[in-house]
Design a binder for this molecule. Structure first.
Ligand SMILES: Nc1ncnc2c1ncn2[C@@H]1O[C@H](COP(=O)(O)OP(=O)(O)OP(=O)(O)O)[C@@H](O)[C@H]1O
Length: 250
């Protein structure tokens, strides 16, 4: 396998006596969509926090694009190309979809447009923002205030904001949460369209989405990875069937 984009080895986290991440090791390869599943309270969101850097780990090592990022703060990890979407992104409801993404492009570009005049700078920012909106099939809604978008469209907008950061790895924490059947199917199609172009670590409860999208699935139970592999292998794993998926889902 190619050198992984993300590599966790022996990563742990405890809250008091509660061990929430227990010696977790996993990798995400370039272009891979790796899903992390597990029952409520298994520690998935905590692990995403540890990877993004919003929560320090008690033990273990996190490598990203060949660097040891274990001790780096969140903003430095973001600058290196680690983008977290959902549950944190602040969309400004009164700004249009395009303006929201343009803000993210501006944050990423820093002063790189400083030699442009105001109008040219705005045009360049908007062009890149529109490209991100096109990627998530939201270009036709570019001028709509974000607050007026449907729930699924807001999720797509959050994804466009993350993509505008030109990430090397996308951390997606329950993108389907709260979406209806039709919207979640659209989001699955959208994530499928990003497959191979971005490395993605996806935490998701929607098993239809997970099993149709993932190249590999890791199963977390009580903070430990109990199975990891291709969807068919994970589906057939007796530990996973007994402890998590149940006969019906399996
Ligand atoms: N800051 C904290 N302090 C103490 N305990 C915490 C803290 N954050 C999470 N926990 C506990 O850690 C465990 C794992 O929580 P976490 O939210 O990571 O699980 P999860 O797998 O993401 O769950 P869900 O699927 O329901 O979102 C839970 O028992 C939770 O109560």
């Amino acid at each position: 396998m190619a050198e992984p984009i993300l590599g966790l080895s022996g990563v742990s986290k405890r809250f008091g006596a509660l061990v929430v991440s227990d010696d977790v090791s996993l990798t995400v390869a370039p272009g891979e969509l790796h899903a992390l599943i597990g029952p409520n309270g298994a520690g998935k969101t905590t692990l995403i926090h540890q990877i993004a850097g919003s929560l320090a780990s008690d033990a273990g090592r996190i490598g990203f694009c060949g660097r040891d990022i274990t001790a780096l703060p969140m903003h430095e990890r973001a600058r290196l190309g680690l983008a977290r979407s959902f549950q944190i992104t602040s969309v400004v409801p009164g700004f249009s979809a395009l303006e929201n993404v343009a803000l993210a492009v501006q944050a990423r570009s820093g002063s790189s447009f400083r030699f442009f005049g105001n109008a040219a700078r705005e045009a360049a920012l908007n062009a890149q923002a529109l490209e991100a909106l096109e990627t998530v099939a939201l270009a036709a809604r570019a001028d709509v205030p974000a607050g007026l978008l449907s729930h699924g469209e807001k999720r797509a907008l959050e994804l466009a904001i993350a993509l505008a950061m030109r990430p090397k790895l996308l951390l997606l924490d329950e993108p389907m949460a709260g979406t209806g059947r039709e919207e979640s199917l659209k989001l699955v199609a959208l994530l499928a369209s990003l497959k191979g172009r971005y490395a993605i670590l996806l935490v998701e409860h929607d098993m239809h989405a997970v099993f149709s999208l993932a190249d590999r699935i890791s199963v977390l139970i009580y903070g430990r990875i109990v199975a990891s592999g291709a969807p068919d292998a994970v589906r057939a794993d007796p530990t996973v069937r007994a402890a998590y998926l149940g006969e019906e889902a399996a």
